[in-house]
Design a protein around this ligand. Sequence first.
Ligand code: NI
Ligand code: MN
Length: 239
Amino acid sequence: MKIKYLGHAGFYIEDGDFKALIDPFLSGNPKAKASVDEFDDINYIFVTHGHGDHLGDTVEIAKKTSASVITNFEISLYLGEQNVTTHPMHIGGRTKFDFGTVKMTTALHGSGIQTPNGIIYGGNPCGFIIERNGKKIYHAGDTGLTLDMKLLEDENIDLAILPIGGNFTMDVDDAIRAVDFIKPKKVVPIHYGTFPVIEASPEAFKNKVINAEVIILKVNGEYTYICLNLPTKRYNHID
Ligand code: NI
Ligand code: MN
């Protein structure tokens, strides 16, 4: 499984036929290196909430690739009106897809969608647990520290993607507490440094986390997440 950090909260994940984006905020993102033009072959786009720095370029990419957008019911309605294919879910739900399973988790945040005609209600913000080939990735979305994260310990998360930038989300200290609640094997810090108001030190986060491996991803750098525990047979079956 190849995981590429696109900056802010955005990711590109590729594993065989599975090619997905999470929160593709590229246009207008001062730290993004990738552009919409690079993504011509995407099956799924995960959107955690309606804010512009997460919904980002979803409509344009979904339209040109025919990707299905997995997001909450309210954002699905909004995207559906723009002829974007969606798979609506809601918090607590887990669904089987052709690539694996997805569970929508709680996030403590907002989700309003800014449009030229005013703000549209975007339902509840969320995070995602994406499972494929027996490995689980948790993308927290934008969220403050919540006690709900303690429930995620039972999910046996392999890789947790957590905001650390403060102001709009958890800061470094709260993200450290989140790691303690979730107990993932590996952690990637996100949602910092894009704008001055969310400056934070991923190195400080890395130095203080003792119970998980912290991986600081460079924007557009690739991280290959190898599934070590599974027989090859399982891959063949799912691919
Ligand atoms: Ni937000
Ligand atoms: Mn955000």
